[in-house]
Structure formats: C-alpha cells, structure tokens
Unconditional design. Structure first.
Lengths: 430, 121
C-alpha cells in the first residue's frame, strides 16, 4: 500500500476520488476491489462519511445491508471496508481545480497546495442546499434563518441548540427529519409550509416526522415575510395560486425564533464545470453514459453530485459501478464505441430525466439500471421503455412523486443493434 | 363490521401504501411489498412502535456528541420518556459503536446504544 503523502509527493495517482461521503467511499472500495491498487480519496471535512455523519436518524441500508441503520452506522460500514482495503485518504483537503487532462490542484492542512495527475477521476462531491438568497424571501436578514442541513449539522455534530419556536419552509426530507429532531429536543415546530401542491419528501417521513407529532403540513404555501432585525421574531406564511404567487388576504403570522429552509438540493459541480464537462440542465450534474463516465474520458461521476438521490443505498450501488468502471478505464479494458453509436435515452410523459443520459449498446453490461424522477404526482401510470415503436417493458405504478427516484433496467440482449435513429425512450403512460 | 385503515409503511424509504383491514381479531394487510410491511401494518393498528435516535454529549472526544439509538423499537407513547432518559446522560470518550449508553431506557426494556465510534481527542 502507498500512503496518501507518498502519492502526493509522487504527483501521480491511479484513481482520485473527490469526496469521502457515501459515494466516494463506495467508489473507492469498488475500484480497489477491482484491482487498482492506487486509489486516493480527498475529503474536505475533518472526517469521512459526508452527510451521513449528521443523519443520525434510522432508515439507511435496508437494500445494501438488509438491516435498518442510522446514517453514522451506514457510513461506518463503508469506512471500515475502506480501512480493511487500506485505501489512503486525505482529510481537511479540498480539490481547487481540475483540467481535462486530469491535472488536479489540491489543498490541505497537512499537504499545503499541491498538484497531482490522476489516470482517472471519480467525482463524488455531493450536493448543497438551496439557500435563502436563492429563494428570494423578502424581509430582514436576522439570525435564526438556517438551511435544514446546516441546522442538522449544528445540532447533531456540533451540539448547539438551534431555536425554540420553529417554522420550516419546504418539505424536503431534511426539513421533515429536522421537524421531528427539534420536537424531540424540546422545540415547538409550528408548521411546515410547502410551495408545491405536493411534498418533496418521502411519504414515510411525512408519517413519522410530522403526523406522529401533529405538526401541520401546509401545501401550496410559502413564506412571504421574515420579521426581526437581530433575531427572527416571526414569519408570515401565505397560500399561493397555481402560478405559485402568494394570494393576497391569505397571510398568517407566526411568532417564532427560527426558520429552517428545506427547499431542494443542488449538485455541487464547480469542478465539473471547470473541466467543461457536459452538464445536464435538468439534474444539474454531469451528463453520463452507462459507465457513469462524463463526456471527458476517464472522468466518472456518482452520488448526489450526479443527481440528487432519495436513498443512500442507491448512491452506494451507483458509486460501486462508477468505481468499477474507473478501475476498468485505468487498466484499459473499457471499450467505447464511436460517438454516433451511442444512443441518447429520450424521456416523455412526465419523466424529467434519466441517469445515465446515454448508452453505448455495443459495450454495455448485460443489464444497466436507469434512474429517473418524474415532474409531478401521478396516480396509476405505467412506466414503459420503448425501442423505436416497440415496447420493451411496462410496469404499473400506484403513485409516482417527484420526491422519489424510480428506475428501469435495460437488458443488453433487448438493445442489440439499436441505433440512435431508432431511439430509446423512457415514458409514463396512462 | 370490518374497519379499514390506509397507512404508509415507514419501515424503509419506499413507503408502501398499506391497507389494513381490522375484523375483530383478524387483521389483514395489503399493499405491502415485503414481510416487514405486513408486520408494520399489524403493529401500527395494535401497538405502534418507533426507533428513537438522538445524540449524547461526549467529554474528551474528537467530536462533541455521539449519535445514539434505541436498540430496537419502543412504544410510540414512550418516545418522550425515552428522550428524557437520553437527555440525562453524558459519556466519556472513547465510545465504541454498539456500546450501551443507557440500560433499559425509561422502563421500556430497551437499551440506548451508540451509533458511531468516538475516539479520545
């Protein structure tokens, strides 16, 4: 094994994994198991595990480990796999820039500013939260306005109390989880307001985080004012119309000291853009092929930096694939067809995007999992896959919601000889 | 007269929509996609339970708090009693994942256990 400092001194590494959260850990473990000895993880935080460290609630790992774990327990499983495989990592270390030839500028407490060239890169930087600035909420800028994830970190890792009377804007999962968390710690959560006519979070979290504690969820509502100069003193919530504009006369005032924002996650792709890799305008992440390879050879992406996931289990699965493919790339065994033989996957009828966005039929694995999200809440629809006019698969669903990721499996044998002209589409049908 | 209740399974993030039919002693669950869903549906209409997670302050550790959880699910109406038991403790580093932090929390018969390692700083 080569330690992290030796790799940095050498200025060259087989696979650089950027990010030591669930995606980065699974990718690094898979790459190492696939036979690449030379894998390095660069992690910005002071510990491995990423967002899982602050997700102290249970519900992780049912798919991966067939048991229900908390976030830290799930992270610990992968951290110990990485330790057993002696995968070197750098903490408190940030990648500042990457170019298309995979030259990386990296900065860390122990190493200073260094450059290193990687034979392959796995992008696993995760995502960040949509902030107040991005939401354009009027009012003063007092203390007491937090994104839900920031509040979660402050409470669960740093050990601070955030506030006593709380309003939450946005019904994303972190907001729902924090509604319960703050209630258990003695705060009064007055309401959760959601701009859309449906929740952005998982159904189970509405049940066990809101309903269990009688916290009202107000759909089609938003915050129209924040009061207080030094500290939040209250917020005003109004109902919105179909165009999501506040309806005059529906304003209700809440006295509170804290406003949490759980209004969506944004893949953190500064490095991806710096490399000028193709980005999907829908996901905000890199556009990838069935190897999870970006349009820059040797650069792979997985986890929430690629598209925001609902389950960490799917992150681990996807990242394992990215790690294996990065390993195959380094050992020269990933065949790829000419660009015109690669088929873009089309979407229709409420399917917003797919990941991967395109597929190399000539070199694909026997089966490829295609993940996607839908644009609205749909009842009793069928998910169908079409090759040209021919339907390859259909699956009935009871309820589809934007907060939940769906998937279809594509089989190599069904796609033999497929051309871009013929086309491949994932659609929702009545 | 059979009573039916529509529930969302909380066992995993799939959140299956369950229909539970209660006909006296006879409870049937449909809509589940795994055996855990059936067990949840039956339990939720008779004796609802939850896993409780929180954090406990750590003295002398490399992080300030250790995440903890109930080793198994506890009755839903005992959640706040269990939280009181969790609030009453502090621990000293090092802590190992799985260490018992509170034995038999609030008389539920269920232990509170650590959910991660905390090294001594």
């Amino acid at each position: 094994m080569t330690d992290a400092n030796t790799i940095i001194e050498r200025g060259r590494v087989g696979i650089l994994v950027i990010g030591g959260g669930p995606a980065g850990l699974a990718a690094a473990v898979a790459a190492k198991r696939a036979g690449v000895d030379d894998v390095l993880i660069a992690e910005r935080d002071r510990m491995l595990g990423g967002i899982l460290n602050q997700c102290i609630h249970n519900g992780f790992g049912l798919h991966t480990f067939k048991e229900e774990l908390t976030g830290p327990e799930y992270a610990a499983r992968f951290i110990s796999q990485a330790a057993e495989l002696r995968i070197p990592y750098l903490l408190n270390t940030m990648v500042l820039s990457v170019d298309r030839d995979r030259n990386v500028t990296i900065m860390g407490r122990e190493i200073g500013v260094r450059t290193i060239t990687a034979d392959a890169i796995v992008l696993a930087m995760g995502c960040r939260e949509r902030s107040r600035g991005a939401l354009s909420i009027p009012g003063y800028r007092p203390a007491g306005v937090y994104t839900a994830g920031t509040a979660q970190r402050l409470m669960n890792i740093e050990g601070f109390r955030i506030g006593k009377r709380v309003v939450i804007l946005g019904s994303g999962d972190i907001g729902l989880i924090m509604a319960r968390r703050m209630t258990l710690e003695g705060a009064k959560v007055l309401t959760v307001a959601e701009l859309m006519p449906y929740s952005g979070g998982l159904k189970r979290n509405i049940v066990q985080c809101l309903n269990d504690y009688d916290i009202p969820l107000q759909l089609s509502h938003t915050v129209v004012d924040i009061r207080g100069k030094r500290r939040v003193e209250g917020v005003t919530i109004a109902e919105v119309d179909q165009a999501r504009r506040p309806i005059p006369g529906t304003e209700v005032s809440y006295d509170c000291d804290t406003l949490l924002l759980s209004c969506g996650l944004l893949p953190e792709n500064e490095l991806t853009r710096m490399m000028k890799a193709g980005i999907s305008p829908v996901t905000g992440g890199a556009s990838v092929d069935d190897l999870l390879q970006t349009d820059i050879p040797g650069v792979f992406a997985c986890g929430n930096v690629l598209h925001v996931h609902d389950l960490v289990d799917y992150v681990s699965e996807e990242a394992t694939l990215a790690g294996e493919n990065a390993a195959a790339y380094v050992s020269g065994s990933t065949g790829r067809s000419a660009a015109d033989a690669i088929v873009e996957i089309g979407v229709d009828g409420g399917v917003r995007y797919t990941v991967p966005q395109r597929i190399d039929v000539g070199h694909m694995r026997d089966s490829v999992t295609v993940r996607f999200r839908v644009a609205d809440v749909y009842r009793d629809r069928t998910i169908a896959v079409y090759r040209g006019e021919k339907c390859l698969s259909r699956r009935k669903t009871r309820v589809l919601a934007p907060g939940e990721m769906e998937q279809v499996k594509l089989k190599k044998e069904e796609l033999a000889g497929l051309t871009a002209d013929e086309g491949l589409r994932v659609v929702l049908e009545d | 007269m059979a009573e039916t209740r529509e529930l969302t399974c909380i066992n995993c993030p799939l959140g299956c929509a369950l229909t539970v039919t209660i006909d006296g002693e006879n409870i049937t669950v449909t809509g589940n996609t795994c055996p855990r869903g059936e067990a949840y549906g039956k339990k939720e209409v008779t004796n609802p339970t939850r896993i409780v997670t929180s954090t406990v302050p750590v003295d002398g550790g490399d992080i300030a708090r250790v995440p903890v959880k109930t080793a198994s699910d506890i009755p839903k109406d005992r959640i706040f009693a269990v939280m009181e038991a969790i609030h009453a403790v502090r621990v000293k580093a090092p802590v190992k994942i799985g260490d018992v932090i509170v034995k038999d929390a609030a008389g539920t018969g269920v232990d509170i256990v650590a959910a991660r390692d905390v090294s001594a700083a």
